[in-house]
Design a protein around this ligand. Structure first.
Ligand code: UD1
Ligand code: BG6
Length: 372
């Protein structure tokens, strides 16, 4: 049931304040003066000790689910102190990459049925690793076969392009990071501010959704373009990849997510006065580096669309001329990807409608890919 919406993708983008609320429901311990602010993940509490003892954590997924793990990696590394590596499921299988008994391997999947992810799970089980599921579908193959896990509880997702599952996956993995790190005193203040950030997150998502009309206007400007580059780094490298994936899969426009730190190693050659470039430059520890990227793109006359924190918008205008400046609410750095993807989801949605393509069932794609 699409309710007041025309498409499932539109409905699912707009219901993110609610889906994020259900992802966190009953899992945040917050308030009550004597109690520390922390998380409780029922499915993991008996396994946290084993996870903390693991030599490495490996996160495996495909498509958007891989991007969600990429978005959560910095906070997983920071709070666990354990090396975190990422694997696209098919690539791990192609290489038969090493997985050890001492590894914790997490399988990220909305459907819980993706063939490559499921095959990678079987492979990790054979190799004796502790297998953890991050899934949206209760009773799915991945939820059943993993040793333990977290249901993201985003509600069923119908649009082939994943939107609300992505933000709920990031939040679930951030809660996983908080749970793993919960025995460390030195990171307590950091963890508490993340819990506060999680509590506020649905209202901040509601705020960023007000950019809907602005993103529709931007889509009108970009309607006839051949290509869109999306630059991000740090916490928002994943936002660049996921934003570009949305544009590519539904609007059927070539789009590429680029790690800004790699700009000089190739992508800079593409920059001219015609190609639109979306730069994510919200306020975090990478901000000054991202400002210098913007200056260098300006120097090459790039057509820039810049996403920045509301507080930085005025200073941003001093740096140069832009096609658009998209102002988003500022949240805790590790939660910023949840905010920043929303305008890009809206842009992809409007571009698709304006270009006359099928939003909910893009050409050649399936919601759940159950063959290799
Ligand atoms: C569980 C109940 C929830 C109830 C809550 C009350 C289910 C599905 N969830 O939620 O309805 O409100 O207790 O305390 O009945 N698991 C995997 N792999 C996965 C995902 C989950 O093995 O990919 C396992 C977990 O380890 C756990 C079980 O499935 O044993 C349920 O997981 P989850 O729903 O995340 O647990 P709770 O949040 O505790
Ligand atoms: C398909 C979907 O390609 O599978 C994507 O169209 C999704 O939206 C990908 O990200 C992985 O699916 P899942 O269910 O394993 O998260």
């Amino acid at each position: 049931n699409k309710g007041k919406y025309e498409h499932y993708m539109q409905k699912e983008i707009h219901e993110q304040p609610e889906s994020l609320t259900t992802t966190m429901r009953g899992r945040l311990i917050h308030g009550g003066s004597s109690k520390a602010k922390t998380v409780l993940l029922g499915g993991l509490k008996d396994h946290l000790k084993t996870i903390r003892r693991s030599r490495r954590m490996v996160f495996i997924g495909c498509g958007t689910s891989y991007n969600a793990a990429l978005a959560a990696r910095p906070i997983l590394e920071e709070l666990s102190g354990i090396p975190v590596t990422l694997e696209i499921a098919s690539d791990l299988l192609d290489r038969q990459g090493p997985i050890y008994r001492e590894d914790t391997v997490a399988f990220v999947s909305q459907s819980g049925e993706t063939a490559d992810t499921l095959n990678a799970l079987n492979y990790a089980l054979e190799n004796g690793a502790l297998c953890v599921g991050i899934t949206n579908t209760v009773g799915s193959a991945i939820a059943r076969k993993t040793h333990c896990g977290v249901h993201i509880n985003a509600g069923s997702e119908i649009g082939v392009a994943s939107t609300k599952a992505y933000t709920s996956q990031i939040v679930a993995m951030t809660m996983l990071a908080l749970a793993i790190g919960s025995d460390s005193i030195s990171s307590e203040a950091r963890r508490e501010s993340i819990v506060d950030g999680l509590v506020d997150l649905p209202s901040k998502v509601r705020e960023v959704l007000k950019l809907d009309n602005e993103m529709k206007d931007l889509a009108k400007l970009l309607i006839a373009e051949q290509s869109l580059l999306v630059f991000g780094r740090g916490y928002n490298y994943a936002t660049a990849l996921e934003g570009a994936l949305k544009v590519k899969e539904v609007a059927l426009m070539h789009s590429e997510g680029i790690l800004a730190g790699e700009m000089k190693h190739g992508p800079l050659a593409l920059v001219d006065e015609n190609l639109p470039i979306f730069v994510i430059a919200t306020h975090d520890s990478c901000f000054s580096k991202q400002q210098s990227v913007i200056q260098q793109l300006h120097a090459r006359k790039g057509r820039l669309i810049v996403m920045c924190s509301k507080e930085d918008a005025a200073s941003m205008m001093n740096v140069g001329k832009y096609v658009r400046v998209i102002k988003v609410p500022h949240v805790e750095d590790c939660l910023q990807p949840v905010i920043n993807i929303v305008p890009l989801q809206l842009l992809a949605y409007h571009l698709t409608v304006l270009r006359g393509h099928n939003v909910d069932q893009p050409r050649n794609l399936a919601k759940s890919v159950t063959t290799e």
